[in-house]
Design a protein around this ligand. Sequence first.
Ligand code: ADP
Ligand code: MG
Length: 294
Amino acid sequence: ATPTAIMVGTGLGASRGVLFKNATALETSARIDTVVMDKTGTLTRGTPAVTDVVASGMTETEMLTLAAAVERESQHPLARAIVALADERDLERLAATGFRDVPGQGSSAQVDRRRLLVGNRRLMSAESVALDTMGARHDDLAAQGRTVVLIAVDGRAVGVIALADAPRATAAAAVDALHRAGIAVVMLTGDNEATARRIAAQLGIDTVIAEVLPADKAAAIAGLQQAGQRVAMVGDGVNDAPALATADLGVAIGAGTDVAIETADVVLMRSDPLDVPVALRIGAGTRRTMRQNL
Ligand code: ADP
Ligand code: MG
């Protein structure tokens, strides 16, 4: 009877594009009490667009041209959005040398013999950049739920670029369904605390773990497990893979990176957050059937 229940559960999932990689994944799904969700690309679409450009001590065009020169070298979704705006405005393409990617913080390079930094507050403070008026602009925009990137030239803040990444259409409904099933929901992100809290509030999530470096995401999951929680982690990115592996149940968004899909125990082919509660429900149903047949 047990193999039959597993087959039924696996088949039920497959018909909805919820792929359980093995029997253990299905059984673990029944025991989850906490779902940790990555923000960018999981709760949101992962395709940010620039909403605000603020320059200080130079023109907006000059600031954006310099920022784009650095970000052209980066694969990050925020970088792509900044470059897309520069290209849309047909700005000059300056060469960048000595490009460096700082995971979870931003990037740096030399442009026109000037040292450029493009990234978050952590990057700016690590490089001792004085934010001046840009600090307040940053905080205003972050409080609105925007992801905010700071730009510095030769150690001085010269602008901020704000970006918005729309929540997936069913993200709030997924959170609600999990809560109704008695499951705690946590947002995990490398983004700014204020930005993350604003988006979490819109989605009905009350627990936020923000400003987590990519290398520390797995430790955040382990922390919850040490507190006795049985954790499912839902993510899409390369930087989510260690957290997916650490969680009791790793769940990958189908539209995500290959590494996330390979590491996960469950893959949501439709990339729909509502399939998270569906997966856990299928797990619970399978467990019930198995118990009845013991
Ligand atoms: P997430 O957890 O949302 O996937 P990341 O760990 O990739 O985020 O990045 C965390 C933060 O680091 C971003 O919100 C941004 O502030 C900053 N950051 C990372 N890469 C870049 C970049 N190329 N340009 C600007 N900012 C960046
Ligand atoms: Mg992500």
